[in-house]
Design a protein around this ligand. Structure first.
Ligand code: 15L
Length: 273
């Protein structure tokens, strides 16, 4: 892993009680001086450590989000809906909530945001296509569209207000690749932590988009340039699980969930709300 430039000292982690929040809590606590944790309800996981604090917050509550972002130097924003689903909860947390977050950053003078975008921004590309962040977005559902909105908002707030963002199009960030798709989309927890630290510390990033994936030989994403821009050098590879994954039953090759990069999200919806 490359030597890191300085990590902003006072950090805020939203979505701290979610699966990835719990993975990132420890490395962020060690990297920063103070770490404010936030989620919708109470703290989940180990009790607060030295340097940590916890504040519950609903992202749809503009005043509360503004208060949450006081006195921090950077935000790692994982909060919001993290799966495909009906539009209204996504609207509230991922669209209105993200607007509230950027407005709070502007009004509090927070200079850097690390935004958990998603590979579902490009989930309608076929699995036999190789793409980079230069390819145009092809979101695979409400969730993917909300992440695309977030990337647009990040660009707007850089161009107009000079708030820098690294948008992480996170793949499948699990302990090990869960299925055939994961052989291409997997991001190890160790690589996730490195990616977020690079996104916090890389100088002059402007508004930058990078896929969050380990060094998987079967990757669909040509990420070399985008990763190098922030010094991200993934250490892990899904290939170590090849034998177990190849032993899994094959799924219908004609189904969009098998054919397209977004996988199972292509099988969810429409919702007839
Ligand atoms: C995501 O963006 C989701 O948050 C996560 O639940 C996974 O589905 C992941 O993408 C993935 O594509 O595997």
């Amino acid at each position: 892993m490359p030597a890191l430039a300085a990590i902003p000292p006072r950090l805020l982690l939203t979505g701290a009680c979610g699966q990835l929040g719990q993975v990132l809590r420890e490395p962020l606590r060690q990297a920063g001086q103070t770490l404010r944790l936030s989620d919708r309800k109470g703290l989940v996981g180990s009790p607060l450590q030295t340097g940590e604090s916890f504040e519950p917050c609903e992202l749809g509550d503009r005043a509360a989000v503004r208060h949450l972002l006081r006195d921090v130097d950077a935000v790692v924003h994982l909060g919001g809906v993290s799966v495909e689903g009906p539009f209204d909860p996504i609207l509230e947390a991922n669209i209105l909530g993200l607007y509230n977050l950027y407005e709070a950053a502007r009004r509090n003078g927070v200079p850097r945001i690390v935004f958990a975008s998603s590979n579902h921004v490009t989930g309608c590309y076929a699995q036999d296509e190789r793409i980079s962040t230069q390819n145009r977005p092809r979101p695979d559902g409400n969730y993917g569209v909300s992440k695309l909105f977030g990337e647009g908002l990040a660009q707007l707030y850089f161009d107009r207000y000079r708030i820098e963002t690294v948008c992480l199009r996170i793949g499948t960030a699990t302990v090990s690749p869960p299925d055939r798709r994961g052989m291409s989309s997997w991001l190890s927890h160790r690589d996730l932590a490195q990616l977020v630290l690079c996104a916090l510390s890389a100088p002059n990033v402007g508004c930058h988009i990078v896929f969050g994936a380990s060094a998987n030989p079967a990757s669909w994403w040509d990420n070399a340039e985008a990763a190098a821009r922030i010094g991200f050098e993934p250490q892990d590879s899904a290939e170590g699980w090849r034998a177990q994954i190849d032993a899994q039953p094959l799924s219908d090759p004609a189904s969009p969930t098998t054919r397209l990069q977004g996988g199972s999200f292509l099988g969810i919806g429409p919702f007839d709300e």
